[in-house]
Design a protein around this ligand. Structure first.
Ligand SMILES: Cc1cc2nc3c(=O)[nH]c(=O)nc-3n(C[C@H](O)[C@H](O)[C@H](O)COP(=O)(O)OP(=O)(O)OC[C@H]3O[C@@H](n4cnc5c(N)ncnc54)[C@H](O)[C@@H]3O)c2cc1C
Length: 479
């Protein structure tokens, strides 16, 4: 009997730099690549009544899986696709097909690792091995200069230590031959409406920063466009806080979230760019941001389920979060009466993407100004963000809500100051709030102060075609 291995693709939907998959092709005579759409990932989040995976993310995931299947077919293999609970489907399949081992990518957060444990238990009964490969970060956890349990709680301490003492491993080559056993049912790709309710399907909004399409092929194309064709890496540090357009930042995040691109692949490309074009603060800064991504992944390993509780990784029980649905709904729908917040929330709702600056401001507004339980905001982001990544999302929300690892006490975003700084001409706000298009730049971020004559002149009628603010806002102007 030939040695058979199942390779279970999860958030590592790529062929390049995929250690686990490469190893499967080297260790076995036959490899069965499979992706399982975990139906639990599409359930509603109680009590918010929103799907755990919203339409933008579902569409991106489907495209990524389809692209992986296409790329495997080009190599003479294929990708099996199933819908259901991975631990049940995979253990039964392994038993039926006489598989010796299941290989997969290791995840960091609770739900995902619970599934690993459940699968491993089921496999033990059949005497089938289970091997996991850590392949989602720049630095491998085994190469860190400390145990994960002793991970520094301040990012700068972590970054300096790894930069000085750890090495980033090289990428792995793509597998060449991938022999698939004959006679196995490949499985049909699900339609998007089988995963989420049809009524939630989004239409493409032309204002979206980029027409994001899932898959490794698109990811590598974006890397080439951003670095080499448009030559944007050399100015990344200056432009990364932008709000409009495709190239103010890399937009690698959705592909990184599903593992369509490996962070080490990006790193090696940065090094090549530095050798062939220029090495400067900007080229370094992209790597710096990828280290942030690593950090939240290791923080997740260190703190486990605490990441998902309102008390956060600090276990801070002092903050009296409220559960006002009315405030939360206004935030979600971009109806707070604060133009900068509403523009960002409408962009998120209509496109599934939001700039880092936007995310920081809306998160701070929900947690610090509205004092709504921040876990609701994080859950909404989980549903809506096309680049949702469990560690980056919940880690950043902990941080902004003041229950994470921000060493600064009571850090607070003055939304008015932020809006004036990052959207000085009001272009961003006008893009997403066309009802404010006649308001001059100098007044647009404090539209709530327009008197009746000005409201008539600029065709903004507070409380009618633009909401009155739901918090006391002039405090920002006084500071
Ligand atoms: C409240 C909140 C929630 C967030 N949720 C997510 C999320 O679910 N998924 C996600 O990928 N990022 C998240 N981020 C981080 C960051 O906003 C996005 O990674 C970034 O905006 C994606 O755009 P980009 O790829 O153009 O980023 P770039 O500026 O081009 O950065 C390059 C890469 O570095 C990483 N990165 C950059 N900033 C951060 C950061 N603060 N934390 C972790 N990684 C970072 C990302 O992988 C990003 O793709 C969140 C930030 C906040 C404040």
């Amino acid at each position: 009997m030939p040695k058979r291995i199942i390779y279970w693709f999860r958030n590592d939907l790529r062929l390049h730099d995929n250690e686990g998959f490469l190893k499967a092709t080297q260790d076995a005579d036959e490899v069965i690549p499979i992706f399982v759409f975990d139906t639990r990932q599409f359930n509603e989040i109680a009590p918010l009544g929103i799907p755990k995976t919203g339409a933008f993310r579902a569409k991106f995931l489907l495209e990524s899986v389809q692209n992986l299947r296409d790329n495997l077919r080009k190599k003479g293999s294929n990708l099996l696709v199933r819908l259901g609970k991975p631990e049940v489907i995979l253990s039964e399949m392994a038993r039926e097909l006489g598989v010796s081992t299941i290989y997969t990518a290791k995840e960091a957060a609770q739900e995902e690792t619970d599934i690993e444990t459940a699968l491993s238990k089921k496999l033990k009964v059949y005497n089938i091995d289970f091997e996991v490969f850590w392949q989602s970060t720049l630095y491998h956890p085994r190469d860190l200069p400390f145990w994960v349990s002793c991970l520094p709680d301040v990012f700068t301490d972590f970054r300096k230590a790894v930069e000085q003492q750890s090495k980033i491993r090289s990428t792995f080559a793509e597998p060449t031959a991938i022999p698939l056993p004959e006679g196995i049912e490949i499985g049909k790709m699900p339609e998007i409406y089988e995963l989420i309710l049809f009524s939630q399907l989004p239409s493409a909004d032309q204002r979206c920063v980029l027409p994001f399409k899932g898959g490794e092929t698109e990811a590598l194309h974006r890397l080439k466009t951003y670095f080499w064709d448009n030559d944007q890496l050399k100015t990344y540090k200056e432009t990364r806080n932008g709000l409009l357009g495709a190239d103010f930042s890399s937009k690698f995040s959705p592909w990184l979230a599903y593992g369509c691109i490996s962070p080490r692949q990006i790193y090696e490309e940065v090094k090549r760019y530095e050798a062939e074009r220029v090495a400067n603060d900007s080229t370094y800064w992209l790597v710096f941001e990828l280290i942030w991504r690593d950090y939240f992944r290791f923080i997740t390993l260190k703190y486990g389920s605490r990441l998902f509780k309102a008390s956060g990784i600090q276990y801070n029980l002092e903050i009296p979060w409220n559960h006002r649905r009315d405030l939360f709904e206004k935030w979600v729908n971009g109806q707070t009466g604060v133009p900068f917040i509403d523009a960002n929330m409408r962009e998120l709702k209509l496109t599934g993407y939001l700039s880092n600056r936007g995310r920081q401001n809306v998160a701070s507004f929900l947690a610090k100004d509205l004092q709504v339980d921040w876990t609701w905001g994080a859950a909404y982001f989980e549903s809506q963000l096309i680049d949702y990544d469990v560690c980056s999302n919940w880690g950043n929300w902990n941080y902004v809500a003041g229950v994470g690892n921000d060493p600064r006490e009571n850090r607070y975003f003055n939304v008015y100051t932020q809006a004036k700084k990052y959207d000085a001409q009001g272009e961003y706000v006008k893009t997403w709030l066309p009802e404010l298009s006649n308001v001059p730049a100098g007044l647009i971020h404090q539209v709530w102060n327009l008197d009746t004559t000005a409201q008539q002149q600029y065709e903004v009628h507070l409380g009618y075609n633009f909401p009155l603010p739901i918090v006391e806002v002039n405090k920002w102007l006084r500071k």
